[in-house]
Design a protein. Sequence first.
Length: 154
Amino acid sequence: FILLHDLGFQLSFLATVGLIYISPLVTSRLTKVPEFFELRSTLSSTLAAMLVTEPLLLWTFGRFSLIAPLVNLLVLPAIPLVMAAGAVSLLVSFAVPLTDGLLRFVLGTIASTSHWPFAQLSLPWWGAALLASACMMIMIHFVYVAAKQTPPHR
């Protein structure tokens, strides 16, 4: 039941698949992106998760975010801090304001960038289908190239 009717589970599952299987392949293509501040790995993780989840998002909502990679680059470094501060807040109350401030930064960044002009495109069904097909073709290409480079098991 959860596989068919829970969009959150479906997106989490697909994003995890993208992070495990597609992210290393994307990272190998992003050689011109600098490695400082984990920029390359953050961008490759973001693009891999987007690539795998985008067909389902397009099917469900018919919208494509143009700014998602940028927003992820801005907020992703704060997520481990939010989780750590949240865990500490469960034990010690003086960490609650820190957690609150970090969450306000993350949510404020997402909210403010979502109002930018052209932050997302609303697509007709055929445009969403074309873009979803393009994402799937790119995934197939990555998997094909990886399979070609991996020696067969004996």
